[in-house]
Structure formats: C-alpha cells, structure tokens
Design a protein around this ligand. Structure first.
Ligand SMILES: [Fe+2]
Ligand SMILES: [Fe+2]
Length: 148
C-alpha cells in the first residue's frame, strides 16, 4: 500500500520519523524531550487499532507543550536569545493547536479516530520545529557551559 493512502479508512502508514543525535542541542532534558516527540509517531500507529492511545498522546502533548516549551524559553531567556519572540510565538501556536485537539477529543471521544491525521500533522510540525528552529539552541547551550 502507498503511504498516506486510505486515511479515511484508518490505514495509517505514513513513515515514522527517526531521531538523530545530530539534533542534540546539548541540554540533556531538552534532548530527551525532543526524542519523545519522535517516538510519538510510532505510538500513533497503535491508535489505529486502539483509540484509547489517542487520549494518551493528547494528554502527553498537553504536558509536553507546557513543560518542554517552558524549559526552552527559560534557556533562551537566560542567554538573551535574539529570536526569542518568534520562537515563543511558534510555541504558542503549538499550545493552541494541542488544546484544540484535546477539546475536540473530549467533546466527541467516540470520533477519536478522526483525530489521528490532525495529530500526526501536529507531531510532524513539532518535529520540523525541532529540526529547523530548536537546533539554534545548541549555540546557546554551549555558551552556557563555556561562557566566552
Ligand atoms: Fe523543542
Ligand atoms: Fe522550540
């Protein structure tokens, strides 16, 4: 079967994203949190067979967007990062999207399978953010460890 085909029937075969150590920013807590997002793509595959996994993923994402983004924002504030406002705006957008999905789930849990694709889209966007935006934190973290 081709990837992404038949999404309406619950066949969810989009490729899983694989974590790479190249993405490490050097802060163990933040790096662990980033790896967890990659693992979510595998967990979401299970949601096709068991919709209770969707609730688990959404609960994880609510906590994640609260704690992880706060950790990154604290690192950026400590180091007076120039792009902090844009970075925080991106986080805020993710927070809003997660809350919306959680509310959608809670208002109609019997329709949970319809949320699989929007959740996957959100996870993919967070992964893109890790790859293309969060990598800038590496320099901050190095500065924190070895101030010049
Ligand atoms: Fe991040
Ligand atoms: Fe971030």
């Amino acid at each position: 079967m081709e990837p992404n085909k038949d999404s309406q029937n619950g066949d969810f075969s989009k490729e899983n994203k694989i974590w790479s150590d190249d993405l490490q920013v050097g802060d163990p807590a933040i790096d662990n949190q980033h790896q967890e997002v990659f693992l979510l793509t595998q967990l979401l595959d299970q949601a096709v067979r068991n919709s209770s996994v969707i609730e688990k993923i959404l609960t994880f994402l609510v906590t994640y967007t609260d704690e992880h983004f706060s950790d990154e924002e604290a690192l950026m504030s400590r180091q007076s990062f120039e792009g902090i406002d844009e970075h925080k705006d991106a986080h805020e957008l993710f927070r809003v999207m997660v809350i919306k999905l959680k509310n959608d789930y809670e208002s109609s849990p019997e329709q949970a399978s319809k949320l699989i694709f929007p959740i996957r889209k959100l996870i993919d966007e967070i992964i893109d953010h890790i790859i293309h935006v969060d990598y800038k934190l590496k320099a901050l973290r190095q500065n924190e460890i070895n101030p010049s």
